[in-house]
Write a protein that binds this ligand. Structure first.
Ligand code: AR6
Length: 185
């Protein structure tokens, strides 16, 4: 686990399963259909129950780099923000990955949420190297948190100890470039 403070917001990394997180919203690493899939998407749909898919069917999909909100149904989280990351190697993949984080956080801010948990979007089936994704995700989150907002906690939930270690290393490297980020317990 690692923890940083930026503009009153706690930004932390933990190892775990995102479906068990008690936060206002968890983010799903979805695909453009928003109709479910494998990886974290499959786990979220299984844990939330069939009503989640029913609501997703009303959304008419989602463009890569963007995100859409649903309720969380049987999840501890009140909402799911379905974000579509890029497939590694596609044009503009770094910008699209940053947009997926940015747009997810913007939805949370617009709904006046206080806590949000992200998986490592695009780093599974979509093949994004975790070390690159870690750096992009922290920079994207920080760039959103300059504005006025209600967010108190941004948690990154990594599925394996290896992914957690790589995220921690990437976050430490990025944090060194910002004077206004401090470490916390
Ligand atoms: N909690 C936290 N992280 C998880 C969990 C979990 N329960 N399960 C997997 N991960 P992926 P993508 C990690 O493949 O690369 C789906 O089919 C996993 O180890 O879920 O964005 C969608 O429908 C990895 O680090 O998402 C799309 O078609 C990270 O979550 C496609 O996969 C993301 O892996 C999206 O691919």
């Amino acid at each position: 686990m690692s923890c940083y403070k930026f503009n009153q917001v706690r930004i932390e990394t933990v190892q775990g399963d995102i479906t068990t997180q008690s936060v206002d919203a968890i983010v799903n690493a979805a695909n453009t259909s928003l109709l479910g899939g494998g990886g974290v998407d499959g786990a979220i749909h299984r844990a939330a129950g069939p009503e989640l898919l029913a609501e997703c069917r009303t959304l008419r999909g989602c463009v890569t780099g963007e995100a859409k909100l649903t309720r969380g149904y049987l999840l501890p989280a009140q909402y799911v923000i379905h974000a579509v990351g890029p497939i590694y190697g596609q044009d503009d993949a770094p910008d699209l990955l940053a947009s997926a984080y940015h747009n997810s956080l913007q939805i949370a801010i617009n709904h006046k949420l206080r806590s949000i948990a992200f998986p490592a979007i695009s780093t599974g089936i979509y093949g994004y190297p975790i070390n690159e994704a870690a750096r992009i995700s922290l920079r994207a989150v920080i760039s959103c948190l300059h504005q006025s907002h209600t967010i108190e906690l941004v948690r990154f939930v990594l599925f394996t100890s290896e992914a957690l270690a790589i995220f921690n290393e990437g976050f430490a490297a990025v944090a060194r470039n910002y004077d206004d980020i401090t470490t916390c317990l």
